[in-house]
Every structure is written in C-alpha cells, then in structure tokens.
Write a protein that binds this ligand. Structure first.
Ligand code: OMP
Length: 272
C-alpha cells in the first residue's frame, strides 16, 4: 500500500498527532539517564514502548542519534525497526537535500527497501532546488514510502528565505507547494509527497488547496503553537494536517504509561 493510503488509515485509527522522539541531552538528564549511547538507547526504547501501536506517526529526529556516532545510529535503526514492527508509521526526520546525484544515495539510505534507516517517510530540504529531490521522490514512489518537504518552517529565520518572491511572482514556499502538488496529481485520497508547514508561521500566504498531500505541522507545544494557531494557519479543514510535538510530550517521561497518556491528551486537545 502506498504511504498516503497507509497514513490515511493510521490517522483514522489513532488521530493525526505525530509524536517526535528528540532525545535532547537535557531530557536525558531529566529522565535520570546518562548522556551517552546507553542513555540514548533507554530513552528511545522507552518512547517506542510508549508510542508504538498507539499513535499514527512517530518522528525520530536523526541528529540526536547521530550525535552518539555509530552506536547512536544503531539505536535509530532499532527504533525504526521496532516502531514499524508495532504498526506505527515512522517519519525519519533527517532533513536531507543535496545535488541530484548525491540525493540518490540519500534516497537509497532513507527510502529503499532493505535499508536499516528507511522508515515509512523522510523529511527533505528543497533549498538546492525542488528538482534536486527527484531521486528521492522517485525512490519513495518505487518503494511505497513518503517524503515531507520543508515549505514554511517553524523557525523565525526561515521566513525571509521561504517567503521571498521568485521571478515568476510566486513565493519560494508557493513554488514548493506547487511542485509537490504536481507529484501528487491524481492521488486519492492523499499523495505521498507531503510538506512541512510550521504551526507557528502565522499567516500562511500560500495556497495548499491543490496539494492533495499531507502537511506536517511542527511547532505545536514547546515552540508555542496552540490548536487556535493550527486553525489560524490551516483554516477549519485540518484534513491531512499532522500536528507534531516532541518536547511537550517527552517531558512526561521516563514512565512509558505517562508518556502514552501525555500523547493521548495532546491528541485529544486537537479536537480532531
Ligand atoms: O521537519 C521538522 O520536523 C521540523 C520542521 C520545522 O519547521 N520545525 C521543526 O521544529 N521541526 C522539527 O520538529 C521537532 C519540534 O520539536 P519540539 O519543538 O520539541 O516539539 C524538532 O525535531 C524539529 O527539528
């Protein structure tokens, strides 16, 4: 089954919340874990126990694993495998983007069957040009996976770049939306090329109505965005929008039952 179809099924069963696994060093401290690969492993596997099979999508943030070298990457591989085994969709947040020929290697790592880092989808950065992502988009299509391309990010530094106007009068963000929409054309109910639009971005000034793809909306919780902000950004119809939260849920650890009920409470607060 294609990624878009699996996502629709997963959100129908569990609601649209995407929970992030972001093992910040400060969170390891707060959970009473050492700042090393063993602490990382305990943290990550507790998250797997808490969320696996209980939320639609889990998003491990690759940088926090890479920080511990090969042992950290091995933990990420285990997280990907265990979550997929539990039936939860895994969005590996690696924000990859490179010239096309190198992009093919990233696509092999994150989007090909048999690769230990390949979850169900990966985040991509389009700032070497949307077309440079083609090898990843092709690989995702071939293996039934998905991608989430940064369009309007949640950080304030993104805005001058992403809202800049190109020679054709469209904003950079709108041209990313439009190119993703071309890839999703004809997909029903949801295509496999998603976008990232921060819940904190305020006025959207981009038209998502032809996207036919999912939208990851990070910034919910710790970065200050609320349910009202989600509605301000996306309007009343939040179909296809996946609000994402990491620290606001993870601060309820290390008890896995408390983490799970925090995720449920945040999910319920969305009223979706
Ligand atoms: O692609 C992302 O996930 C992402 C895009 C964006 O615009 N802003 C953003 O915060 N993120 C990620 O979403 C997570 C947010 O974490 P919290 O602020 O703790 O909820 C981090 O892993 C960020 O890297």
């Amino acid at each position: 089954m294609r990624f878009g179809e699996r996502l629709v099924k997963a959100t129908a069963a569990h609601g649209p919340l995407c929970v992030g696994i972001d093992p910040h060093p400060g969170l390891l401290d707060a959970w009473g874990l050492p700042r090393d690969a063993s602490g990382l492993e305990r943290f990550a596997l507790t998250c797997v126990e808490a969320f696996g099979g209980h939320v639609a999508v889990v998003k491990p943030q690759a940088a926090f694993f890479e920080a511990y070298g090969s042992r950290g990457v091995a933990v990420l591989e285990r997280v990907v495998a265990d979550l997929r085994g539990s039936g939860t969709l895994v969005l590996v947040d690696a924000k990859r983007g490179d010239i096309g020929s190198t992009m093919a290697a990233y696509a092999q790592a994150y989007l090909a069957d048999g690769s230990p880092l390949a979850g169900d989808a990966v985040t991509l950065s389009p700032y070497l040009g949307f077309g440079s992502l083609d090898p990843a988009l092709d690989a995702a299509r071939a293996s039934g996976r998905g991608v989430f391309v940064l369009a309007l990010t949640s950080n304030p530094e993104g805005s001058p770049v992403q809202r800049a106007t190109g020679p054709d009068g469209r904003s950079v963000a709108q041209s990313i939306v439009d190119q993703a929409a071309v890839r999703n054309a004809g997909a029903d109910p949801l295509g496999d090329v998603g976008l990232v639009v921060g819940a904190t971005v305020g006025e959207l000034d981009a038209d998502l109505s032809d996207l036919h793809g999912p939208v990851l909306a990070p910034g919910f919780g710790a970065q200050g965005a609320t349910v009202a902000d989600l509605r301000r950004v996306f309007g009343e119809d939040l179909r296809g929008v996946l609000p994402a939260s990491s620290r606001d849920v993870l601060r309820h650890g290390p008890d896995s039952a408390s983490l799970r009920s925090a995720a449920r409470a945040v999910g319920d607060s969305l009223g979706l």
